[in-house]
Ligand binder design. Structure first.
Ligand SMILES: [Zn+2]
Length: 494
């Protein structure tokens, strides 16, 4: 008898921090000023009686948070409720000063909707159950052998985007999260900074014998804040549950945490049921009434969404699906890309080159400096000039990277960088000939390999001459010269 095969059933809940200026129920700042990170704000700087839950302090709804939640709902096809309620979710934790979290329970502001996900060439609708508004809790900091509480985050507005369990693999879950992240950042409702916890995910996962419909016991994996970690945590958890069931035991309903270092999930606590939280309508807040004009306003002001943008990039710029995905994953990147490409009369000629430089060298610079593309000194004009020179053979790709590196930090003009660093591409064969001869004389063993048909060696020899020319030589001309000097025929001739 062969072992039964299993299928996974996955549903994701995403907490997304809304980028309002102030908190959801008070006027404390909800986010750091431009250019400052959350960790640079002194602990308990942005707090007041309301977000600390002092007796008698009353919450006042922030209308900006409501508008952003409506925008999210409109973009994913939810029904926006004209009347929804806030409830208290009661539990004790040191970082929750009121002893309850204000959330939406019976009725959420947005119901239903869905997101299309493309996974392995298949387009699949992942339904949404609801999107509700709630406040974030504070943060416990464990250091110096004690636990300290920082309430700067208490009362920051969140939407929780609750998906139906329509996902069936870790990869599909990752694709769904990437799409959702692209949508909410494109809408401008969140900064979406995953390191700072602006976009974090709880994953519910269970397994069942393939082809059956009954749901198995589910496990919740809490607070994962990277696409890759969500995929890895789910992969581990599915295999763990299969092993439990295959050995004749039962999966325990519980909440687990994922440890990226060990690549394992481990139990955090047994899962609470909704009734454990003793939800009841918050008597301090009136029902949330949304006017039809607000919904109409958001509908008529929706930006072009990532899926539409991707389709346009495929059509107008002949980008590959993968490149189009990269260019549309972040607003700042797509704006930069479009700004560069608008400076060319034949965009399709240079689109691939622009996209490669953005996803390659510029992305590397961005990671290295922890700066987004629009926070650097590099402008779309810089990149357009580099691409123009590169596509006309007046700059080598090595030199192009050097220009981008220097412009990234200094913002200096492309012309003056090229002139000062002597980076103009050398297309003059007579100037390159002696360098080729010199390198060939030093590499007799490599030449033998090339003669015996090892074409890979050509790349090595061209690289050596490039280095000798300080990155200025035109690689195509160098290759030509090597073949001429050695009397080796080009591939096409042979
Ligand atoms: Zn406050």
């Amino acid at each position: 008898m062969t072992a039964p095969s299993f299928e996974a059933v996955i549903g994701l809940e995403v907490h997304c921090q809304l980028s309002t200026a102030t908190k959801i129920f008070c006027s404390c700042p909800a986010r750091p000023p431009e250019g400052v990170s959350v960790s640079e704000i002194p602990a308990n700087r942005n707090i007041c009686e309301v977000c600390c839950g002092h007796p008698g302090a009353l919450p006042v709804m922030n209308s900006e948070a409501v508008k952003l939640a409506i925008r999210a709902g409109v973009a994913v096809g939810s029904t926006i409720r004209h009347k929804s309620l806030f409830s208290r979710k009661n539990y004790f934790y040191p970082d929750l000063p009121k002893g309850y979290q204000i959330s939406q329970y019976e009725t959420a502001i947005c119901e239903g909707g869905g997101i299309y996900v493309e996974s392995k060439g298949q387009r699949k609708l992942i339904r949404l159950r609801r999107i509700h508004l709630e406040e974030d809790a504070g943060k416990s900091v464990h250091e110096f052998g004690v636990t300290l509480v920082n309430l700067n985050r208490a009362g920051v507005p969140l939407v929780e985007i609750v998906g139906e369990p329509d996902l069936s693999s870790p990869e599909e879950a990752g694709d769904y999260l990437r799409e959702l992240h692209a949508i909410v950042t494109c809408l401008g409702i969140t900064d979406g900074n995953m390191q700072e916890g602006n976009f974090r995910c709880d994953a519910n996962v269970s397994i069942r014998p393939a082809g059956t419909t009954e749901l198995g016991t589910r496990v919740e994996i809490k607070n994962v804040n990277s696409f890759r970690f969500v995929e890895k945590a789910l992969e581990f958890e599915i295999q763990r549950q299969i092993a439990v069931v295959s050995s004749g035991k039962q999966v325990v309903q519980e909440t687990r945490l994922y440890d990226p270092q060990k690549d394992q999930t481990f139990p955090m606590r047994t899962k609470e049921e909704a009734e454990d939280y003793r939800y009841f309508p918050d008597p301090d807040l009136m029902p949330l009434i949304v006017a039809q004009e607000w919904i109409e306003f958001e509908k008529s002001h929706l930006p072009e969404l990532p899926a539409q943008k991707r389709a346009r990039y495929l059509r107008d710029f002949a980008l590959s699906d993968q490149d189009a995905r990269y260019m549309t994953a972040q607003n700042a990147v797509s704006q930069f890309f479009e700004n560069v490409i608008s400076q060319f009369s034949e965009p399709a000629r240079v689109a691939k080159m622009i996209s490669n430089l953005i996803s390659g060298e510029i992305s590397r610079l961005s990671n290295e400096s922890s700066k987004a593309i629009h926070e650097s000194q590099l402008t779309p004009k810089h990149l357009a000039q580099v691409v123009e020179l590169l596509s006309r053979g007046k700059l080598s790709s090595t030199a192009a990277k050097k220009v981008l590196n220097l412009a990234w930090t200094s913002g200096e003009a492309v012309d003056s960088i090229i002139q000062r660093e002597g980076l103009t591409q050398e297309n003059d064969a007579s100037a390159l000939e002696p360098l080729v001869a010199e390198i060939l004389a030093q590499n007799t063993a490599a030449i033998e390999e090339l003669r015996s048909g090892k074409e890979k060696v050509m790349g090595f020899l061209v690289g050596q001459v490039m280095r000798r020319s300080s990155g200025r030589g035109n690689p195509a001309i160098i290759q030509d010269l090597i073949r001429k000097q050695l009397g080796v025929k080009t591939k096409l001739e042979s």
